[in-house]
Design a protein around this ligand. Structure first.
Ligand code: PLP
Length: 380
């Protein structure tokens, strides 16, 4: 079989495969976004957003990818003169740091090497130094397949009185995001990850405190304008209408599965993936205690080129995985297993990987990876 994007097993770390119902929802003729029909769609989306975030509250959708959501959050809530702490242990931590520095002149960045967990004690000590306006973290670092342990950091953020701003782009609808329990003030989700909608929308949840502190420092991404229009089931500017139609359908699918159901399924697929990785004698890239449940990052099999492995998977088995980013290009590959990914996706992926390893004389035992997945599949 050669590569066919229409039927590929598509396990990139986002965008993810889109359900046919969501694809069909996008193919309506042009709609008047100031007309009654679209206002109805917006009303439904607003009603459904709490299914995505697991809580209700001030929530809005921006036309723009996840980064638009991050920029809206930082622009609205950071202050030039206010002290900001950013934690960074991967590509997206670095991106958050770059955006935060546009809107605050007093940024302290606490870094860990890519793929290593954050030093929670160092983070707590920095928060205890006081005078912190905002604490910014990427929850799930997609670039290295690592979940940052925000549960251990959240109490210190609350104690410090800082606003707690979270990039949840590859976390929301993939791993639990206990907004209320952790005291998160702003959480950004991306449409193309756990929700399995097309790329191009950012969903933002804000606490009451955050809403009260929004400052209009960008025009297009001014969250206060977006919230105000939303209350009238409207948007301040022309929205990406087809994407909103897709969003409504993806939210309906999520409601049918339930958020808890999707989180549990994502976790099961992650565990099956990690079991198969271990069974093939491959190694996770991040510290395994913090391995992400939405994306698994794997070191290159020794002696094999990542690009070659992925090329064979793509061209022979119609399976699309993702390589590493930045300094990790060529050193790791990543499997995204969020959204509507399935055991069937994992089975063909690991069957293909086994064939590649067998040819290189590195397969521990035929069926080792696939068997590890089969063992974890729900019983008949
Ligand atoms: N933050 C995280 C954790 C991400 O995974 C991504 C995208 O993969 C982004 C930010 C950037 O989002 P986008 O590419 O949708 O702008």
């Amino acid at each position: 079989m050669s590569f066919d994007p229409e039927t590929a097993t598509f396990l990139v770390a986002g965008p993810v495969r889109i359900h046919p119902r969501v694809l069909r929802a996008m193919s309506l003729p042009s709609l008047n976004h100031r007309g009654e029909y679209f206002h109805g769609i917006m009303a439904e989306i607003r009603e459904l957003l709490p299914v995505l975030f697991g809580v209700s509250g001030a929530q809005t959708v921006l036309s723009g990818s996840g980064t638009a959501g991050l920029e809206a959050m930082y622009a609205g809530l950071l202050r030039k003169e206010g002290r900001t702490i950013v934690v960074s242990n991967g590509n997206f931590g670095e991106r958050s740091d770059q955006i935060a520095r546009r809107y605050s002149d007093r940024v302290t960045t606490i870094t860990a090497p890519w793929g290593h967990p954050l030093d929670v004690e160092a983070v707590r000590a920095e928060l205890e130094r006081g005078d912190v306006r905002a604490f910014c973290a990427v929850y799930n670092e997609t670039s290295v397949g690592l979940r940052n342990d925000l549960a251990r950091i959240a109490p210190a953020v609350r104690k410090s009185g800082a606003l707690f701003l979270v990039d949840g782009i590859s976390a929301v609808a993939g791993i639990p995001c206990p907004i209320a329990e952790w005291g998160i003030d702003a959480l950004v989700a991306g449409s193309q990850k756990g929700l399995a909608a097309p790329a191009g929308l950012a969903m933002v949840h804000l606490s009451e405190r955050a809403v009260g502190e929004l400052a209009p420092r960008t025009f297009y991404l001014d969250l206060a304008s977006h919230l105000a229009s939303g209350r009238k089931n409207d948007t301040p500017w022309t929205p990406a209408v087809p994407l909103f139609l897709a969003l409504r359908e993806a939210l309906l699918l999520l409601r049918e599965e339930t958020l808890e159901g999707r989180l549990a399924r994502t976790r099961e697929l992650a565990e099956a993936t990690r079991a198969a990785v271990a069974a093939l004698g491959l190694e996770l890239f991040p510290d395994p205690r913090y391995a992400s449940d939405t994306v698994t990052a794997i070191r290159n099999p020794p002696g094999l080129e990542d690009a070659e492995v992925r090329k064979v998977l793509q061209n022979r088995y119609n399976v699309l995985l993702q390589g590493g980013q930045g300094a990790l290009t060529g050193k790791i590959f990543r499997i995204g297993h969020m959204g509507i990914a399935s055991y069937a996706d994992l089975l063909i992926t690991f069957a293909g990987l086994e064939r590649i390893l067998a040819k290189a004389g590195r397969l521990p035992r035929p069926g080792a990876g696939v068997g590890a997945i089969v063992e974890r599949m729900p019983g008949a």
